[in-house]
Design a protein around this ligand. Structure first.
Ligand SMILES: Nc1nc2c(ncn2[C@@H]2O[C@H](COP(=O)(O)OP(=O)(O)OP(=O)(O)O)[C@@H](O)[C@H]2O)c(=O)[nH]1
Length: 756
């Protein structure tokens, strides 16, 4: 608390001062005040880190559940670290490159300088509670982003201002669109020589099809980037104040005046004029105000009105405010925090249909599970309605199970603060929920779920014709994409198999994109993941966290299978088990599914679905095939399991008749590379069956857009590093599954059969 008041005082003493040591006539006096302030701060710094215990349940209108999302390396973690520091929760500025950040707390994150797990941090900023989730930028961890977005009310998209919109930004932007999440853009890395505001704005318009609303313009560029003009207030915000630690906490905010350069004044005037006009175009209330009271001088419109209009525009998804700065050089983060509280919505401004059935009863969504060796599974929950209390029983609708929650915690990166209760709008961390997994809906009791069901039914009756059913009481879960890579995993000795299985079960609870199965032929355990890095990290975690040295088999591509032509067939299964004879005949071709009794229909569907899981060619999942049921005849006494078995056998037969073919994952690839190395990269891609779609200029670099089969991309990061002496970056994303040519397919088949 002491630290907080010191920070506020420091800021206040500079806010509104018309000069400082570098630019004012009364510099000496300012310098003195500044020195005094710093002395005071320094005395307070060592022990006075704020405690989240101070405010536990803020008013819902003052909560912001915010995600930070971007392409890899745009600076999300660095920005988050600054936020924690300026809001007074950390003593020192964490640095990704030094491996001492708060949010990247896993050993692998610190070593590699990347975010793997989304971390939730709670802090307050100017009377607002901010629950912030720093999400990974690497495509292998897209599921983490999806889980976070599911429970957020707003997001900050961070960009490298020298690169504009990059491949993964586009993916996370679309994810945010799907969840209707209002956003802000932060153009980071303005200190880089190639940073460009116009380029970034143009790429936001072109690639994201968004409507950027520019709220700031930078002052200086590259190394000379020293501050920005706040177009809402028409103030100059400068970080060139010399401070003992250069940590960016001290900055100077002064109204633009005639002492500023004519160039800056004219640039700011033009940008502010554009902002006012743009907001008036997007918001009728603001347009009316302008045309009424301020028709003579638009510029005189009060900044509060402009700010309120920008907020309405943001919440209505008509525009996206754009701010700029340099997190690494400690510039622009405090105004970003102000913008989060000013423009992004509070939980009660987002509307979820389902929540109204629960009224004031508890309704929460589990969006992440962490496995803690001492405390067991820790479940992250977003509370949508009601209150969550420690030491209470809760009901999991998806599992139809009542569980006891022992403790309730506020998540503070890898540290957790215990609290007695938490209200709607907050993000909680619970201990004791052993059955709950990602995507489950938690309510206070079975009877509260029943009461919600009655309310929903009543509403259905009133509206008549509205779809009812079980689904309406559970919150939508998280979509998990299918893995593209797999490999075998073996423990060092058979005695360790059980430990390995336990480790994999725990890791799967944490990470729904990790799939584990047993190969039916070899009995080997198979790990399936989203990419090379994903599998590498899992391997590493098993070693470090569970102390098991496992051996991974070669990484293999997860192909798919499909059919070449239509086919139909029938099959009869006649089997006597004990004293019971089971006889079933199935014909697969034309649909008569509607006429099947419900239990038979389920059994037939099970048989069809199970045969889709393993195609006849190499046992890969079958896709892009539709099966219709022509006839089913069942002798009395036949079990439904036998019906499913007969359907599966018939499916295998019909799929073989239809002739199967392999589909391979085709990736879209983006490479940023210097002009001199471009030809080497192109030559290499040609050998990888790559198709080049476009080569664009990006400052001094080239941006190469291509598609390449995943099978050709193993170990590509090392190859690219060697080819370009480390001067290129790339990103890879699954685009589609494409049919392989007969020659390529036979290479794969021979390889699998051990012939090549
Ligand atoms: N020049 C410059 N570099 C920055 C800035 N912000 C971050 N960086 C550097 O960019 C690199 C990536 O920063 P991170 O904060 O880890 O980026 P991230 O988006 O969290 O990365 P992932 O979590 O791995 O996706 C690090 O080397 C940072 O030091 C900035 O404002 N200017």
């Amino acid at each position: 608390m002491l630290l907080r008041s010191a920070v506020t005082n420091t800021w206040r003493s500079f806010n509104g001062i018309s000069g400082c040591t570098h630019c004012s006539k009364n510099g000496a006096q300012t310098w003195c005040r500044w020195r005094l302030q710093w002395k005071r701060n320094y005395r307070l710094l060592p022990d006075d880190v704020k405690s989240v215990r101070s405010v536990v349940n803020p008013d819902i209108s003052r909560i912001r559940n915010i995600g930070i999302m971007a392409h890899i390396d745009a600076g999300k973690t660095t920005t988050t670290e600054r936020m924690l520091y300026y809001s007074g929760y950390t003593r020192a500025l964490g640095d990704v490159d030094d491996g001492d950040t708060v949010t990247d707390f896993m050993a692998q994150e610190r070593e590699r300088g990347i975010t793997i797990q989304s971390a939730a941090v709670t802090f307050d900023w100017k009377e607002h509670r901010i629950n912030l989730i720093d999400t990974p930028g690497h495509v292998d961890f897209t599921v983490e982003v999806e889980r976070a977005l599911r429970v957020l009310d707003g997001a900050v998209a961070v960009f490298d201002a020298s690169a504009g919109v990059e491949a993964q930004t586009l993916t996370v932007w679309r994810q945010a669109d799907k969840h209707c999440i209002p956003r802000l853009c932060f153009l980071n890395k303005m200190d880089k020589p190639g940073a460009s505001l116009p380029y970034s704005i143009a790429s936001i318009k072109k690639k994201l099809k968004a409507n950027p609303v520019l709220l700031q313009i930078p002052i200086g560029s590259g190394k000379g980037f020293t501050g920005l003009v706040d177009l809402i207030t028409n103030e100059r915000v400068m970080w060139n104040v010399k401070s003992p630690s250069e940590d960016g906490r001290v900055f100077e905010k002064t109204p633009l005046s005639s002492s500023d350069s004519a160039e800056l004044l004219s640039e700011a005037k033009e940008a502010r004029g554009c902002l006012i006009e743009q907001v008036a175009d997007l918001d009728d209330e603001f347009a009316e105000l302008l045309l009424g009271e301020f028709s003579e001088n638009f510029d005189a419109v009060p900044c509060e009105e402009l700010r309120a209009a920008v907020r309405r525009v943001t919440l209505a998804h008509k525009g996206v405010p754009v701010l700029c700065g340099s997190a690494l050089k400690n510039k622009g983060v405090q105004p970003l925090l102000d913008a989060i509280t000013a423009y992004l919505p509070a939980p009660n401004e987002r509307h979820l249909d389902l929540v109204r059935w629960y009224k004031d009863d508890l309704c929460a969504l589990a969006f992440k599970v962490l496995h803690d060796k001492q405390r067991g599974p820790l479940v992250f929950l977003r509370i949508y309605s009601g209150t969550m209390k420690a030491q209470s029983a809760v009901h999991n609708i998806n599992r139809n199970a009542t569980e006891r929650m022992s403790r309730l915690l506020l998540p503070f990166a890898d540290q957790h603060v215990e609290i007695p209760s938490l209200t709607a709008g907050n993000i909680a961390l619970t201990v004791g929920l052993k059955q709950t997994v990602t995507g489950d809906t938690i309510v206070s009791s079975k009877s509260s779920a029943a009461a919600a069901e009655r309310r929903a039914l009543k509403e259905d009756e009133r509206r008549r014709g509205t779809e009812g059913g079980e689904g309406r009481l559970v919150l939508a879960g998280v979509e998990i994409p299918e893995p593209v890579f797999f490999c075998t995993i073996e423990p060092p000795t058979l005695a360790k198999q059980a430990d390995l299985e336990h480790a994999l079960t725990c890791l799967q609870r944490e990470d729904p994109s990790l799939k584990v199965r047993t190969d039916t032929d070899s009995g080997q355990t198979i790990l399936c993941g989203m990419g090379e890095l994903h599998i590498e990290i899992i391997h590493d975690r098993i070693r470090r966290e569970y102390n098991i040295e496992t051996h991974l088999g070669p990484l293999q591509v997860a192909y798919r299978e499909t059919v070449l032509r239509p086919a139909s067939t029938t099959d009869t299964l006649d089997r006597t088990l004990g004293d019971r004879r089971h006889v079933v005949t199935v014909g697969l071709a034309e649909s008569v599914e509607e006429q099947l009794p419900p239990d038979v229909k389920v059994a037939v569907e099970n048989g069809i679905q199970s045969s889709y899981l393993q195609g006849p060619l190499l046992g890969y999942p079958v896709q892009a095939v539709s099966t219709t049921v022509e006839s089913v005849s069942i002798q009395s006494g036949t079990s439904m399991a036998m019906v499913s078995a007969c359907v599966s056998r018939c499916m295998l037969k019909v799929l073989r008749q239809a002739g199967c073919q392999l589909l391979e994952p085709l990736m879209s690839l983006e490479i940023t590379v210097g002009e001199e190395q471009l030809s080497a990269v192109l030559g290499d891609l040609a050998q990888r069956r790559g198709a080049i779609h476009d080569i664009q200029g990006r400052h001094d670099n080239k941006l190469l857009l291509a598609s390449v089969p995943l099978a050709e991309m193993m170990g590509y990061s090392t190859v690219l590093r060697t080819l370009t002496s480390g001067n290129a970056t790339f990103s890879l994303q699954l685009a589609s599954y494409e049919a392989m040519s007969p020659q390529e397919q036979s290479v794969v088949l021979n390889k699998m059969a051990g012939l090549a």
